[in-house]
Design a protein around this ligand. Sequence first.
Ligand code: AMP
Length: 219
Amino acid sequence: MTDIESFRCKLVTYDEIVKWTGDVAKQIRACDCKPTVVIGLTRGGWVPARLMCDILGVKKLYAVKTEHWGVTANPDGKALLTQELNASIEDEEVLLVDDITDTGESMTIATAHLLKMRPKGLKTATLLHITRSRMEPDFHSVKVPEDKWTWFIFPWNVNEDLRTLLPKTLYEAKSVSEIKKAFREQFHITVPEDVVRITLKDLLAAGTVKRAGRKWART
Ligand code: AMP
C-alpha cells in the first residue's frame, strides 16, 4: 500500500507577520534593552529582522546563515553555520532574529558564533517558538506546544514549500482539483487552483512531475 505523507501546515499571512513582529518589538521596548545591531538569521529571519529594525529604529542590520538539512540529508541532523558574520559587533547590543525556533539548533549555533565576537549584550527573538526547541529565545510572540507541531508556510517561502509539498500529493495521478483536495486532506491548507497550476508549471520545468493524460503524476 502507498504510504501517504500527512502533517499539519499553516499558510501564514503578512498581516500575521506584522502582528507577531510588533508583539516582539513591544517586549523589547518594555525590557529597556534597545539593540544597536540587529542580525537576521537567514533565510527565515531576514524579513522579521528588517521589520524589527524599522520598529526599533536600528540602522545596523547584518546577517548570518545556518542550514539545517534534517535527518534525510544529514544523518546527524545538525544545523551548520554556512555564513559567518562579516562585521564587527564588539561592544554592541545585539538582537539575533529568526522566524521560528523548532529544534533550536540554528539559534544555538548562531548564538555561539556571535558570542565569540564579544558583543556587549546578545538577545534572541523569534516570531514563533515550538516548545520542544532546545533553546528558548529571550522574546517570542507565539508559543506552539510540541503536540501542536505545525509546518508554518511563511509568505516569503510559499512557492518553495508548495513545490516540496505538491509531489507528496501525487502518490497517484491527480487532476488540479484533486491536488487541491489532497492539499486540504494531507496538509490542512487551502491552495487556490491558479497557485496549484503555477506550482505544477515550475515542477514540470524542473522535471519533478509530468502530464499523465488529463492528470499529473510524479516522474
Ligand atoms: P531549527 O529547527 O530551530 O534549527 O529551525 C531552522 C529553520 O528551519 C528555521 O529558522 C525555519 O526557517 C525553518 N523551520 C524549522 N521548523 C519550521 C517549522 N515548523 N515551520 C516553518 N519553518 C521551520
